[in-house]
Design a protein around this ligand. Structure first.
Ligand code: FES
Length: 380
């Protein structure tokens, strides 16, 4: 799974044609298979079947090339990466290559022997997601019955192992009222790092936006809760806070800028600068083994298309924030403004900004709506 945190990036001189820096990290979407059927899933509408996933040798080659390029971190994601029976082997190989490894998991497939094997293989960090602490809401959002108890059991195992851990609380209109309880739970359990992540609206999640998006009043309450808990837990718990950026004044530097920090690999080996890039149908994305990672990163027109600032239209080109937010999210610009070549409409300088805020406000007033859950026959 992929990360859409609305954080700023340090300014870089990205207008010159010099060779880009290598990516910092690679995100491997090992599989789209998942026991959960989350309404907010940011994976594409059409998922990659198991038969088209890279095999173990294919993923090992991806890891080797990532290390050769100088990348430092690998995120094992999905779908549910634990659905891959070769996960431990891949973690061991990443460790051998000197890559810092992070497992992004729902936790529902985690048990003590599997975790011990992963730790022995050199896993460095676990990111464990919760869709809330109330069974009814969490089950409804994830399409998985009894997930809260399984995740609590997974949390206990990870804590016993001593592995570094981040708890990821997924927030929507229906569970925003639980935020105080979630942070209390995290503090009670001595968690050092928490993400409070409002869902973003990509892929499958975009279809459910009107059922997911919180109101501005909920957002204000969340911000106050996060502020209080940051104060209360200062020095012992770090809280990262991702808001629904439809209400933001400035766009997020999506992925730290297009093709500037992260390289995503889809289950079939397609190489992307972000998890939603395949919605940009005018771009041709390379794929392993037909392309190397380095050729994709340094030579592919698709990766170069929105890198840096030279592609920007006005008013982005003259904006003092352009090297911080890089014009926002290209995939969101396409989804909301109909073109990836324009500024992200969540920016207050966009002519479509008011439309986006009005849309969000209107949808947020709809009350509890049914979700359309993913349907994917799951086999581990
Ligand atoms: Fe933001 Fe693709 S998801 S650029």
């Amino acid at each position: 799974m992929t990360d859409t945190t609305a954080t700023d990036s340090p300014a870089t001189d990205s207008t010159s044609p010099r060779q880009p820096e290598p990516p910092l990290a690679i995100l491997l979407e090992l599989t789209h298979r998942c026991p959960l059927r989350c309404a907010y899933c940011s994976n594409p509408l059409t998922l990659t079947p198991a038969s088209q996933e890279l095999d173990t040798a294919g993923w090992r080659e991806v890891l080797r090339q990532a290390a050769d390029m100088g990348m430092l971190q690998v995120h094992f994601s999905g779908g549910e990466p634990m659905a891959r029976s070769d996960l431990t082997e891949l973690v061991a190989y990443a460790s051998e290559l000197g890559l810092y490894s992070n497992l992004i998991t729902s936790g529902v497939l985690l048990d003590a022997p599997r975790l011990a094997a992963l730790q022995q293989a050199g896993l460095n960090h676990v990111q464990l997601s919760f869709q809330g602490l109330e069974d009814t809401q969490a089950d409804r959002l994830s399409g998985f019955r009894g997930g809260v108890a399984k995740k609590q059991a997974a949390l206990a195992l990870v804590q016993q192992s001593g592995l570094a851990l981040t708890l990821n609380f997924v927030i929507t209109r229906s569970n925003a009222h639980e935020l105080d309880a979630m942070l209390h739970y995290a503090d009670q359990h001595g968690i050092a790092r928490v993400e409070v992540a409002n869902t973003q609206y990509y892929g499958w999640g975009l279809q459910n936006r009107s059922a997911l998006i919180p109101s501005e009043a909920q957002l204000d309450a969340m911000t106050a809760t996060v502020t209080q808990w940051r104060e209360h837990t200062r020095g012992r718990m770090v809280i990262d806070y991702v808001i629904p950026d439809y209400y933001a004044r400035r766009p997020k530097a999506c992925m730290g800028g297009w093709a500037q920090r992260f390289l995503n690999v889809m289950p079939d080996g397609t190489l992307l600068p972000c998890h939603a890039a395949q919605t940009l149908a005018h771009l041709q994305f390379p794929r392993v083994p037909h392309s190397t990672l380095a050729a994709a990163w340094y030579d592919s027109p698709a990766f170069a298309a929105y890198r840096g600032t030279s592609w920007m239209p006005e008013p982005c080109g003259g904006c003092e924030h352009k090297e911080r937010d890089f014009g926002g999210c290209r995939c969101q610009a396409l989804a909301l403004a109909g073109s990836a070549d324009t500024l992200d409409p969540v920016c207050e300088r966009s002519p479509q900004h008011e439309h986006v805020v009005t849309l969000a406000r209107r949808e947020a007033q709809l009350g509890e709506q049914p979700y359309t859950l993913r349907s994917f026959s799951f086999t581990a």
